[in-house]
Structure formats: structure tokens, C-alpha cells
Design a protein around this ligand. Structure first.
Ligand SMILES: [Zn+2]
Length: 281
């Protein structure tokens, strides 16, 4: 398999994969979706009962307009920058799962109303480089006598366990489309013109009795042009050896880091399979 990077941004990548098959590309797609680990808030402790502002002596109520469970769910979805060189799963940590700087991160929220609590109010304890990546995400509104005092713990997991640990979004793979145009008997200019106009991504151009393709790679394989001409002048055939793979990440890992991890993880799993097969007498 050969790979060419067509577009690379910190949180987005589009790759062209050649000399490959749909199943190989799909295995990368599924690994990117389910098996790349990241940090996400997994345990949330709410302070219950009155909350006193030490400076003013004013008492606040710890209840808000939302259920604690709903706030906890929102906290779980916030993207936390994850250095996979530093962090690992609790179950694989040298601390034996007790919780240390290599397997968990603590956050706190201490807000008093009236105000809106944002992601930026979820403050990491200690290392500020672990601050939430989307600071302006609103979490909950607090009324005049309401306050929120929360301690939250983030741990490493994968989307196999829960979607909050999903690093990549909109992971799409599609084969390269070949559009073949050959005017068949009975086909007319009007028919070809109609077929060219039926393309939803406008990559077919009709002029002086001919249809030309402006950018084959933009074809979304909808077969609208092929269906539009009943004479069979246009054929769209996916190339099964050449695929496009694109996805974005939530920022917890860069697109490059996610791909690197996914490929390493696939390799490890196939190695394990190979060893297991070899061990069969
Ligand atoms: Zn640990």
C-alpha cells in the first residue's frame, strides 16, 4: 500500500491510498474510529449542600437548572490534549491503577451565579497545558443564588468503551471513481447535456456535443449521470485499488498522531495474530 497526503491540517487529513483493497482501507478506518486512545473526564464529584463564598459570606445553593448527570455527560465530551507518550490506561500503569500523573488528570470547577459556566472554567489541577481545547463551549447557566463546585477526573480510554473517548470524527473512505464517457447509438446531445447537468458536484461539462470530466477525484459515486442517460453513454466505475481516506480529530490528538497510532495498533494486532497462528501445532 502506498500513501500520499493530499491535504494536511492539524485536525484534518485527506490521504490517497494506492495498491490497496477496500478491506485494508476499512481496517484503518475502523481502527481510527474505535481504537485510538485519549483522555476524557470519566468521574465527576459534585459538592452537595450549601456553598459559601468566603470573601462575601454569601451562601449559594449547589443545585442548578440541569441534572448533575447531564452536566457530567457534557464534561465527558470536552476535548483534552493527550500526549500518548505521557499518558496510558490505568490498567496498564505502573501505579497499578491507583491513579498517578501518567494515567489520570484532575479538573475542578468553582463558579458562582449568575453566570454561564464554560469549558474554560473546567480548570486542570497543576499542569495548565492540559486545559480544555474548546474553551468557549457553554456547559450550564447558573442563577443568582446557584453555584457549582465540582472535581472531575479524566482517564485514558477508547471509543470501544464509550464515544467520549472517540478521537476521530467523520472518518470516510471511498474508492477512486473512473468516469468513462462514450456516446452510444441513440444518445443525443440533449441527453448528454441533461446527464452532465445531473451531477450534484458539477464536475461534468457539456460543450459541442461532448461531455468532459473536470475533476474525477471530486466524484461522490452517486451514479446520477449514469442513471440519467438510458443509452449507457456514461459509466462510473470505482477503482478498487485506489482509495481516499479522510477524517478530522477533536484536537485531543492531531490527525497525524491519530493515524500513526492507528497504523501501529493494526500492526501489533496482526503480529499477535501471526504469532498465535504460528503457535498452532
Ligand atoms: Zn498511574
Amino acid at each position: 500500500m502506498d500513501a500520499t497526503i493530499l491535504e494536511l491540517k492539524p485536525k484534518f487529513v485527506k490521504l490517497e491510498l494506492t495498491n490497496t483493497t477496500a478491506s485494508q482501507v476499512n481496517s484503518i478506518r475502523r481502527t481510527l474510529l474505535s481504537d485510538v486512545p485519549k483522555l476524557a473526564i470519566d468521574d465527576v464529584e459534585f459538592h452537595l449542600g450549601p456553598i459559601r463564598d468566603e470573601a462575601t459570606g454569601k451562601d449559594y445553593d449547589s443545585s442548578t437548572s440541569m441534572f448533575d448527570e447531564a452536566i457530567a455527560l457534557r464534561l465527558g465530551l470536552l476535548p483534552i490534549p493527550t500526549d500518548l507518550g505521557q499518558f496510558r490506561r490505568k490498567s496498564e500503569c505502573t501505579c497499578g491503577g491507583a491513579g498517578c500523573t501518567h494515567c489520570q488528570v484532575m479538573f475542578s470547577i468553582d463558579k458562582k451565579g449568575p453566570c454561564t459556566v464554560y469549558a474554560k472554567d473546567v480548570v486542570p489541577l497543576g499542569d495548565n497545558s492540559l486545559a480544555i481545547l474548546e474553551p468557549e463551549v457553554p456547559l450550564v447557566r447558573l442563577g443568582a443564588r446557584q453555584a457549582l463546585l465540582v472535581y472531575a477526573t479524566a482517564v485514558v480510554g477508547t471509543a470501544r468503551e464509550h464515544a467520549k473517548w472517540q478521537v476521530t470524527q467523520a472518518v470516510g473512505a471511498s474508492p477512486h471513481p473512473h468516469i468513462k464517457i462514450q456516446k452510444h447509438a441513440g444518445c443525443t446531445d440533449a441527453c448528454l447535456k441533461r446527464a452532465a447537468a445531473s451531477c450534484p458536484v458539477n464536475i461534468l461539462e457539456f460543450s459541442s456535443g461532448k461531455v468532459t470530466v473536470t475533476d474525477e477525484s471530486k466524484c461522490i459515486l452517486c451514479w446520477a449521470c449514469e442513471k440519467s442517460c438510458e443509452h449507457g453513454s456514461i459509466k462510473v466505475e470505482p477503482d478498487e485499488t485506489k482509495h481516499y481516506l479522510q477524517y478530522e480529530t477533536d484536537g485531543s490528538l492531531t490527525a497525524r498522531e491519530a493515524l500513526r497510532y492507528a497504523l501501529k495498533d493494526l500492526k501489533r494486532r496482526f503480529e499477535e495474530l501471526r504469532e498465535a497462528v504460528q503457535a498452532i501445532p
